[in-house]
Design a protein around this ligand. Sequence first.
Ligand code: BMA
Length: 799
Amino acid sequence: MLDLAGDWTLSDESGVHVVPFRLPGDGVTALQAAGAIADPYWGRNEYDCRWVCEQDWVARRAFDHPGGAADLVIEGLDCVAEVSVNGVRVLSAANTHRRWRVRVELLRGPNAIEIVFRSSVREAAARQAAMPFYVPYQQVNGPIPFANMLRKQQCDFGWDWNIALGQFGVGAVRLEAAIPARIEAIFVDQMHRLGVATVRVRAVVQCAAAGPVVYSFGFAGQEQQGHLATVAGENELTLEFEVADPDLWWPNGQGKQSLYTLDARVGPTQAAHFTSRRIGLRDLALVSAPDASGRSFGFCVNGRDVFAKGANWIPADALNGRITQTSVRGLLQSAVDANMNMIRVWGGGRYEPDWFYDLCDEMGLMVWQDFMFACHLYPSTPGFLAEVDAEVRDVVGRIGHHACLALWCGDNELIGALNWFPESRKDRDRYLVSYDRLNRTIEAALRDLLPGANWWPSSPSPGPMAFGDAWHDDRSGDMHFWSVWHEGRDFDHYREVKPRFCSEFGFQSYPSMSAIRRFAAPEDMNISSLVMESHQKNTGGNARIAETMFRYFRFPVGFENFVYLSQVQQSLAIKTAVTTWRSLKPHCMGALYWQLNDTWPVCSWSGLDHGGNWKLLHHAARHFYQPVLVTAVPGAEGIKLMAVNDRLQAVKVAVRAMAVDMAGRTRLLAEGLADVAASAEPLCVIPFGDLRADEMLAYDWQGSDGTSDRDVFAPRPYKSYDLVPSGLRVEVDGARITLTTQALALFVAIEADVPGRFSDNGFAMLPGQPLTLSFAPEDETARPAFTFRELHSATYGPQ
Ligand code: BMA
């Protein structure tokens, strides 16, 4: 193998710019590194960098080779590109989501390789012009038009949280020896019966010529060897392994993540192809069946119904060249640390690299995998569908064996999109048929390769062949519940729906100060400065954040407190939704909020800042996703304290409910105790009249499994309480921070001036209940300075 990544040269069509290009990487990052453009994430530089994607670019490098035939392998080739070797065109490609392998003849000694990247802006426009009829794209998710024409990451042309740079580049490029037989793909079907797992391995073997090919496969201590009679081209080898008493793979929170290794070898010893896969043995079923309410939706793992807790995943950076395994591992670890067990790889980004799914296997993060279509309408021309068919086969063959892979979903929001454009409203038949052709192409290719795959046609969807409004109808399938954010409804509206599985719902905040400082100068630190507005891609988003503060809080004092309060209300919104819906278990069996991470520093729905810092939402998630939880659910009779248990065993949960006034004085109102099986049970009800106007509800609880937590619930908007100074006192002893308070302190939050992680953040405190936290700086030698905030100090003062 000869890795051709490394130092290339990049030049533009006019020859004005000639810069070093480090592969794997993207052109925008290379141009910035060479000083040809400014940092696109800083200030309003984005708009000065747009010209890059309006040009063609050429990448070149030379390499030495002993000569003869080799396979040129390219991954993540973004997007419309022509590859030449020694001046001979060897590949024309237009699909970033596929892997390319072409046989090339090389010279002995120096060789030259060249990749021409066509301007994706021009290509997209040309393809739209050549369509038999106009195929609309969603402008709010595409400041650069017609991403829907190209098989590249759809958010590259901008999204309502993404910078629009139309990036181009390469994920991997290498030469592999031309060998007689190669394993192209491995499909794994698992059949589980009591105490035995049968693993059927289907290997696709590509052969240069017909004839017997020797093979040897090893799995779980068993070896299978033999000769496969082959034809030239594609061949299939099927083997079965039986594993008695399998060590099962479980999602995070349910058990261990045991993984077995499958070793596969084909071909003669001198030129064999060897590959391996890690396989988790588990029986993972999508359970969706008609019932009294409509149609259920949930996941059953190894016979256990598992409530899915998690968030939506978008690409780890707007520019692929900046994504590292280390940073992605950090983001996924943060998901695990917040008690998540599922992420949804959303359809406007990319199928992630193999190592991403390895990490999810290891961490017990189930993956809801969308196919990469989002929010726009798409062509259904034969050429486009053929490209989609090849893409689906490629990706399913690449990642389909992973234990984490829980669901394949046709697309993101394409059914809703049929109603978003004048053209498709006017001629719905045409666009619906076109949609169905695309959707069937995807489903057919998936089922052809993995007949037993968990398939869901679209997200959201009420179910197969149902085209209803899964944004507002909560009876069936998965739901995207956006009324609170996009329609400006209040947080209580989360309590008025009973989703079966909510796969998207979100509320925005400003990024943390540490992220803002990476794109704004002090003079731009104003909530409506042009720089802040350019880092808000959802029209009216900043106004919605401010308007929500008017609804619930007294207005914050100064920019930094505004940023803080935006994160407080975001965490409150999502906590309201998740805790309510968890309390509906098993009617509701999943909540994946929008969105886990950010692609660049921007005002967005994310719980993690760009770079991985935890916003207050992510800290809240660690609490609201904990396996055993007590939550306050207001209803007609009062405030019901509900216990939720996601563990296998029943847990005895004891709760104490107290009234707390602003000075932090408490009085006991009620106690409750219940044996909570794997469901949700009421512990006690506090009539609203039991709380005086100046009191909130404080409660703490303990579970027989050793878990415990406490919280404060405000039955009325926070602005209606006359908070008093909290008298927060802080003692810092190295990494340990001890906090005490003299009065009720709400949403106590700490910020550090260096990157790192707090053990907790954004919590309520009562007098006489000191709290000790820790801070783990990324750089262990750092001496951080801390800033403390809480609701009173942030919102009481001159405006
Ligand atoms: C959704 C997603 C994204 C979008 C988000 C916020 O429905 O699928 O398209 O970024 O809402 O508007």
